[in-house]
Write a protein that binds this ligand. Structure first.
Ligand code: ATP
Ligand code: MG
Length: 312
């Protein structure tokens, strides 16, 4: 069977590749492959969810991943996309707090075999369902391969309609983060304009790309004081990634520094619903437009993405 996708490389002969913004973007298109990816026989590829999966990751912690995941989900929900939000920061989960929901069960119960994923799902804002995890469970920070497989298979065989699985993973470059990102169709890396976050974001992109990411990563710059500062940050990451990794990082945009976000966090409500006219809410809406250009309903969006190994 033919290979799915191809490695994203700049054209030969020193031509400048087209800017990422000019390319059509869809979360359901055939993904490109990382340069060192094995063909398809890694276990994470056996458990590809039937629903397209987007992972939200970052090198440095505290850069705004969880708020991005929650508010992007809400913004996509407003567009009619059915989003399953998965709290995959398994040891320090907090999406339930950001959404103001109170789950009785969480992924720990799924991993121990007491509940199915369907049984722990809680309703969020319109279009959004949450698969909650628990906080303060260090043993979940590094699941063994078997339990990670159980988790991915459970998500891959959900008995419910969803257009997108949006997964908030932990920060850093742990084995768990890499595995979850490799299982996703797309990864969006969050950074801030500060040098440590910028450097860690590049390090994460490098590790992910070298370990066989499904497609070139996307980038969001959070905590930007000005659009110019965000553009400058994104530009620098794009430059080094293109030069040293030969990958075109696709910049989705930025979220400004906005006091509405911590205010909404304190209210335990997404800023999208707590302060819908805030600059942050407008930015999340713009990111949702940028991120989702695919069809909103079956057959394409919900078509099984079974690995070539299993299809063969
Ligand atoms: N654009 C922003 N403007 C102002 N404050 C923000 C912004 N984005 C996030 N914050 C604040 O930054 C803090 C960290 O945000 P968040 O929890 O989303 O980060 P994270 O990357 O998920 O952190 P962790 O790595 O610990 O999981 C929160 O207190 C939030 O209120
Ligand atoms: Mg978080």
């Amino acid at each position: 069977m033919a290979r799915r996708g191809s490695v994203t490389r700049p054209p030969a002969g020193g031509e400048t590749p087209p800017p990422a913004a000019a390319r059509p973007l869809t979360l359901v298109s055939a993904p490109a492959r990382g340069p060192d990816a094995e063909e398809t026989d890694h276990p994470v590829r056996w458990s590809r969810p039937r629903v397209p999966m987007l992972a939200v990751a970052s090198g440095k912690g505290g850069v705004g991943k969880s708020n991005l995941a929650v508010n992007l989900a809400v913004a996509l929900g407003h567009k009619g996309v059915r989003v399953l939000l998965v709290d995959a920061d398994l040891a320090q989960a907090n999406l339930d707090l950001l959404l103001g929901v109170h789950p009785r069960f969480d992924l720990q119960h799924v991993l121990s075999g007491q509940k199915t994923v369907e049984e722990i799902i809680v309703e969020g804002p319109p279009g959004v369902k949450l698969v909650p995890a628990c906080s303060g469970a260090p043993e979940l920070a590094e699941l063994d391969d078997y339990r990670r497989e159980v988790l991915l298979r459970a998500l891959g065989h959900l008995d419910m309609a969803a257009d997108l699985i949006l997964m908030d993973v932990a920060s850093g470059v742990s084995h768990q983060v890499i595995s979850l990102c490799r299982a996703a169709d797309r990864v969006v890396v969050v950074t801030t304009p500060e040098t440590p976050a910028f450097c860690d974001a590049y390090a994460l992109i490098k590790v992910l790309w070298q370990r066989g990411l499904q497609a070139a990563p996307h980038l969001v710059v959070n905590f930007a004081d000005t659009p110019e500062e965000a553009e400058e940050t994104a530009h620098r990451i794009r430059l080094v990634a293109r030069r040293f990794l030969k990958v075109d990082v696709d910049v989705w945009g930025h979220v400004p520094f906005d006091h509405s976000i911590p205010r909404a966090v304190r209210l335990q409500e997404p800023v999208m619903t707590a302060f819908p006219t805030s600059p942050a809410a407008a930015a999340y809406r713009a990111l949702a437009e940028r991120a989702w250009t695919g069809p909103l309903s079956p057959p394409e969006a919900s078509a099984p993405l079974i690995s070539e190994t299993l299809e063969a």
